[in-house]
Ligand binder design. Sequence first.
Ligand code: NAP
Ligand code: MG
Length: 396
Amino acid sequence: MTTPLVEIDGDEMTRVLWQMIKDELLLPFVELKTEYYDLGLPNRDATDDAVTVASAEAIKRLGVGVKCATITPNAQRMTEYSLKKLYKSPNATIRAALDGTVFRAPILTSRVAPSVRTWQKPIVIARHAYGDVYRGVEALVPENAKAELVVTSPQGTKAYPIADFDAPGVVMAMHNRDDSIASFARACFNYALDCGQDLWFSTKDTISKTYDGRFKDLFQEIFDAEYAEAFKQKGIEYFYTLIDDAVARVIRSSGGFIWACKNYDGDVMSDMVATAFGSLAMMTSVLVSPDGKYEYEAAHGTVTRHYYRFLKGEETSTNPVATIFAWSGALKKRGELDNLPELTAFGEKLEAATLLTLEQGVMTKDLASIASGEDVLAVNSQAFIRAIAERLTAAC
Ligand code: NAP
Ligand code: MG
């Protein structure tokens, strides 16, 4: 390796898997160069979350990062870890810094049939990673109150009435920016061209005529002006449809396309798509910024329930596949950017060895319970990772 990867460590069960993956699948095979950031909750607390900001800056500087799942603290975590304060989601901080689009693709194995019978090819979710409800401002409203949305600009101040409250309630405001929507659109169009797949985009513009309407219009303007010709040449299609219609079509489709979603839709739909393809633990996730920076991660969380069992010394069988693919994705990208074909080839071999292990029936419990075949062997995380290492050794 020439340029180091930005290595972002995390919490709980995924932190345990992180070390196993490095020890068994990376360090014996690659002269691994990383710049390490410990985003485990204790260190975020010790650094007043400065480490999170520093890791995002490092991705901007070095170009490629790989991130372990991290705890987004809530009130219960505040007590559990005796935190100084409730830190923001590290993913939100990093996404805001990179202003990117998150692409989530399921990892398929013939052992696990999708719950949706017609799905034959992966469905990639492209999730806008800025704004909306994730940057929302919300408040409890007392009774006998009036809420309005006030926008102040050099042109003056305008107030938009929201509601009169004769009873208590809640209110929320959210926002997005044209430049962020435009870079989301371009990231999706470029990704579709890269992988030669149709691009679908859906919002609820019938209800949200101005807000969602803005997304729809900007996508269309950018497509017509910059991408229509390239799509035609590649023989692929872009189309916009109402999210209700998109959901119905996705379920009836055979897969093999990219579904662009606003931030919240993408959050929820990617979990649905991943689960229907077999498991939350079989979904890769990459954040791509408009200026070509990449952050790879697993789409799932820190698997807290398994971690508490692990702490009690009980056997755990947490699926490391998405975390392995985060590493392989990052190594392949580093190889591509630094012109190191051997590094890219290693990333491919690591993925192939992982898939071969699954195809041969060796897997963690989550998959074993839904996999087909008489010879399926459910193993713990360590044994699964060692089984991959054996196949990787044979391939290298
Ligand atoms: P989660 O960690 O994704 O786990 C939810 C459940 O899904 C698990 O209890 C487990 O089900 C199953 N699961 C997820 N990943 C698995 C794997 N690799 N192998 C096997 N089963 C897996 O979500 P959560 O419990 O809602 O959140 C836990 C913590 O993760 C929270 O503190 C949250 O803030 C954080 N989080 C972080 C990220 C991120 O950093 N990207 C994303 C989401 C959540 P069973 O228990 O039934 O086996
Ligand atoms: Mg989600």
